[in-house]
Ligand binder design. Structure first.
Ligand SMILES: NC(=O)c1ccc[n+]([C@@H]2O[C@H](COP(=O)([O-])OP(=O)(O)OC[C@H]3O[C@@H](n4cnc5c(N)ncnc54)[C@H](OP(=O)(O)O)[C@@H]3O)[C@@H](O)[C@H]2O)c1
Length: 256
């Protein structure tokens, strides 16, 4: 029976971005903005989320994506966001949990980190993606049932697995997200929803500049290159092959 299903999948067309219904959090800057632009260029239907209204409107106008103003760290924002984006896109195939908070900068050792700042990092980087994924899980499983496949990308960092001094609050939130991603993936694969954890590497973005202001930006990755890699991983996950062959995660580079 399993073999029969695999043979059928091998005859499915190679997936493309065209027509995919995708939500990107943090879609107005850095990696998220590059993702929104490339998805739209590839013909995907895209909803982006960020807190700053003016930036959301600007990117929506530039790209033709649906722009939603919201804070993924605020419980009250999650269901309105989920309802608006599934209503406007007519469902959802791919969720990219990309928005992230560093907390206050300069980054501090844990002994000097306020409890509230740890709570903020956890709220935006861990609990927010969890809430949004839960709110959209029905739409994602419906997409999988319709044979469109469904993928959730949780954007990680090598700070999730390395004990970099001063990166404790952010690193703990990303470590939690990495673990949740693995468990979600185990639990949801029988429903046809795949979860990927992707570390984009050190990129030349406002987040990196806030964390490491004196970094040599010529050594940093362009967010556009990281976005292409993320979208390649999504397409690979959607392609008709055995689950074991699929891209799972890449954890490379310096802390960020
Ligand atoms: N840059 C790096 O070197 C690096 C390395 C490894 C991993 N990462 C990860 O890559 C992802 C993207 O980072 P980036 O460097 O591209 O960041 P960025 O340029 O600072 O952009 C962050 C985006 O997230 C939005 N955002 C922030 N807090 C939000 C919230 N609470 N709710 C909704 N939207 C929010 C921002 O808009 P508003 O402020 O208007 O909300 C903006 O659109 C993050 O998950 C980060 O942890 C980055």
């Amino acid at each position: 029976m399993k073999q029969h299903r695999t043979d059928l999948r091998k005859h499915l067309p190679t997936p493309t971005l065209s027509g995919l219904r995708v939500a990107v959090t943090g879609g107005t800057s850095g990696l998220g903005l590059a993702l929104v632009r490339q998805l739209r260029e590839g013909g995907a239907q895209v909803a982006l989320v960020a807190r700053t209204e003016e930036a959301v409107e600007r990117v929506a106008l530039e790209t033709g994506a649906l722009g939603l103003v919201g804070d993924v760290g605020r419980k009250e924002d999650i269901y309105p966001l989920a309802l608006q984006l599934t209503g406007q896109l007519g469902g959802l195939d791919v969720l990219i949990n990309n928005a992230s908070s560093l907390g206050p900068t300069p980054l501090l050792p844990l002994a000097d980190t306020d409890c509230e700042d740890l709570e903020l990092a956890l709220a935006v980087n861990l609990v927010g993606p969890f809430r949004l994924t839960k709110a959209l899980f029905g739409a994602l499983t419906a997409s999988a049932r319709e044979g469109r496949c469904a993928v959730v990308v949780n954007v990680s960092s090598d700070a999730a697995v390395n004990a970099y001094p001063h990166w404790g609050a952010y690193g703990a939130s990303k470590a939690g997200l990495l673990h949740l991603t693995s468990v979600w993936n185990e639990e949801a694969k029988s429903l046809g929803v795949q979860f990927l954890s992707i570390d984009p590497g050190d990129m030349d973005t406002p987040l990196h500049a806030a964390a490491i202001p004196d970094a040599d930006t010529s050594q940093l990755k362009r967010p556009e290159d990281a976005a292409s890699e993320v979208l390649q991983a999504v397409l690979q996950a959607l392609s008709p092959q055995e689950p074991e062959e699929r891209f799972q995660s890449s954890l490379l580079g310096e802390p960020s």
